[in-house]
Design a protein around this ligand. Structure first.
Ligand code: NI
Length: 164
């Protein structure tokens, strides 16, 4: 199982590198990421969260299959913006409403190095946007007002000190 890095780890703030080699190692990594995501009851997991500063993420939303995105880019967004309560395996135990486009078009590459494009709506669009943020070193709390962000970090730190 892969260790999941948490808030404060510098790797979560790195801009990730484009993947150029589509090999067995990449496939093994993606499979391990899906296993770790499932084991932690997550619906998305990005490279930097497991210490890999590369542009890939996996996701698995309800009533869907696990999906793998290599070098993903959002190439279109709906005008409609909606709120959704987000959480993150790297900031466990805290949640906050984030506004994002309701629908997106994403271009990415498969494990076989084949480009594909999908239109995503609702929770899938939400997860994809959250995970692509991770590849730029952006966390969901960065979308909140300074006041809200500070409050959520305080709650998170209190929780962590109780756990450890
Ligand atoms: Ni996250």
């Amino acid at each position: 199982m892969l260790d999941i890095l948490t808030l404060g780890n510098e790797t979560l703030r790195k801009k990730c590198a484009t993947i150029a080699v589509f090999d067995k190692k990449l496939e093994d990594l993606a499979v391990a990421m899906i296993d770790s995501m499932h084991a932690n009851d997550g619906i998305g997991l990005a490279g930097p969260q497991v210490g890999v500063e590369k542009r890939l993420f996996v996701c698995h939303v309800p009533e869907d299959e696990p999906r793998i995105f290599i070098n993903p880019d959002i190439i279109g967004t709906s005008q409609e913006i909606s709120p959704y309560e987000e959480g993150c395996l790297s900031i466990p135990g805290v949640y906050s409403e984030v506004m994002r486009p309701e629908s997106i078009t994403v271009q990415a590459w498969s494990l076989e190095g084949k480009p594909f494009k999908i239109d995503a709506h609702g929770i899938l669009a939400r997860v994809i946007q959250h995970e692509i943020d991770h590849l730029k070193g952006v966390l969901f709390i960065d979308h909140l007002t300074e006041k809200k962000r500070q409050r959520i970090i305080t709650v998170y730190e209190k929780r962590q000190s109780k756990i450890s």
